[in-house]
Design a protein around this ligand. Structure first.
Ligand code: ADP
Ligand code: MG
Length: 467
């Protein structure tokens, strides 16, 4: 193989790696942290990538090194390690490196990505992520599981004076945290357009901070955050780690509270359960009102479906379909909405009336996933039995293959058969990191192709657990 073909192949591989990372981390995280990376080449099992700044490199290595390595290995099995070198001129946004550059091992030359330029943003409302017009208080269906969160959010939106600070909303995925935050923001802006409302994901907040540090522009950063009337930070569980960012967050937070500005925070867990967050910040977050959104009830799900259906024109949905969906899809509201949308889209496209049979048919894959109620504990037990190891080994840190392989298989099955996220799965396996789970999933996928024994084990376990 001559080096040019190799270079071209690797360019394709790099694209696949980037796609894999985008898929795994979601658009927002990908864009903020991984898109600026460039690719130089692979030599002796070592991949070399570039980052435009030292800060970005450190951050990416600290947060995503395992994931990036696993993703590379998945696409290119000889990869053993990754390196990221700082190169302010290299940018992944530019065209891919030429094959000639690849074989010389030189970095591609490109402009700095626009998003990394200081001063590219205006302050005030302009610095806020946009607020979705569909997420209003009126569109929010209230039930036992979310009435406290709803009442608190309304209160914050309508209060003349700061009611409780911060308002901390927490609950599982798709239960309406983001919806309520947007509703608060829109309501406040509607009442008084001169009030500055800043709504951001925690990741965006960190990204801005990192960028400010890089350009020694922390004064402007501080100004921007401290001049707002209402600061809302969504999904704050992602702020864990990096001490300097937490430090800055903590100070910003205190400054705003001291100045009587409203803060609203959301997370997927309570303040005391935020791992990797400093104790003083954790306790400070719990000082105001902590309102949790519980799993939905059947009545609430029914109410949400009926409310959504009034916004859909031209399709008649019989009550029995609502009841069926509310009964069957209990995981989260987003999925429930998705199911309804699919049924409606199908009815509109094919010109068919919505019936129970049709609903079951259109949603059969989704319904199957919701039907399987296998728990991670059950999977661990079955897998341990199958391999004849102690159940304890599922959460132990022993690395011997006799226990490590079954553990990986159990992680893989947990990902396949439950709706748990990678971090949740990691927690059940002795508090492992999500990247470890991710690596296990990929590894077992690979092994199934190359190792007949493993493939058989997995197949057998799947069948046992699914029945
Ligand atoms: P979270 O931020 O908690 O993960 P979201 O706020 O993004 O969840 O909600 C997911 C979807 O479900 C959104 O489309 C939202 O409008 C909808 N939703 C959640 N709870 C309700 C509710 N009580 N009433 C109406 N829609 C809801
Ligand atoms: Mg959300």
């Amino acid at each position: 193989m001559n080096s040019d073909t190799r270079g071209a192949d690797l360019t394709v591989t790099w694209e696949a790696v980037r796609e894999g990372l985008r898929e795994e981390l979601g658009e927002v995280t990908y864009r903020n942290w991984l898109m600026p990376l460039g690719f130089t080449g692979v030599e002796g099992g070592r991949v070399t990538m570039t980052a435009p700044t030292r800060f970005l490199r450190d951050w990416v290595l600290q947060q995503y090194a395992d994931l990036i390595r696993a993703t590379w290995q998945h696409e290119h099995s000889s990869v053993q390690a990754i390196d990221i070198v700082v190169d302010p001129l290299a940018s992944a946004n530019a065209a891919m490196p030429s094959t000639a550059a690849l074989s010389r091992g030189a970095a591609p030359v490109a402009r700095r990505p626009l998003d990394l330029c200081p001063g590219a943003e205006v302050d005030g409302q302009g610095a806020s992520a946009p607020l979705d017009a569909r997420f209003t208080f009126e569109n929010f269906v209230v039930g036992k599981s979310n009435d406290l969160a709803y009442a608190a959010a309304r209160r914050v939106a309508e209060a003349e004076q700061v009611a409780f600070n911060p308002l901390f909303l927490y609950g599982g995925v798709g239960l309406g945290k983001t919806h309520l935050m947007h509703a608060i923001g829109r309501h406040i802006r509607a009442l008084d357009p001169s009030r500055k409302v800043l709504y951001l994901s925690a990741e965006k907040f960190m990204y801005r901070f990192v960028r400010a540090l890089r350009y020694r522009d922390t004064m402007a950063f501080k100004e921007q955050f401290r001049s707002v009337d209402v600061l809302m930070i969504d999904d704050v569980q992602f702020i864990s780690g990096k001490e300097s960012t937490q430090e800055e967050f903590f100070h910003t937070f205190n400054a705003l509270i001291d100045n009587n500005r409203q803060i609203v925070i959301s997370a997927d867990r309570s303040p005391s359960d935020l791992e990797g967050v400093e104790e003083r910040l954790r306790s400070r977050l719990g000082w105001g009102l902590v309102a949790d959104l519980h799993a939905t009830t059947y009545e609430l799900r029914l109410g949400i479906l009926q409310s959504k259906a009034t916004q859909i024109e031209g399709v008649d949905i019989p009550p029995v379909v609502f009841e069926f969906l509310a009964h069957k899809i209990s995981s989260n509201v987003r999925e429930l909405e998705g199911a309804l949308n699919r049924v409606v889209a199908h009815a509109t496209l094919v010109g068919r009336a919505v019936t129970l049979e049709m609903t079951q048919e259109v949603l059969h894959d989704l319904l199957r996933a919701n039907d399987r109620r296998v728990t991670i504990e059950e999977i661990q037990k079955r897998v341990a039995e199958h391999y004849n190891i102690k159940l304890l080994e599922m959460s132990s840190h022993r690395r011997a293959r006799v226990v490590a392989r079954p553990r990986q298989v159990a992680m893989y099955l947990s990902k396949q058969l439950t709706q748990r996220s990678l971090p949740e799965i990691g927690r059940k396996f002795g508090g492992r990191d999500h990247t470890t789970v991710m690596h296990a999933v990929r590894r077992v996928e690979q092994l199934q192709e190359t190792n007949a024994e493993i493939a058989e084990d997995v197949e057998l376990l799947l069948r046992m657990l699914e029945s």
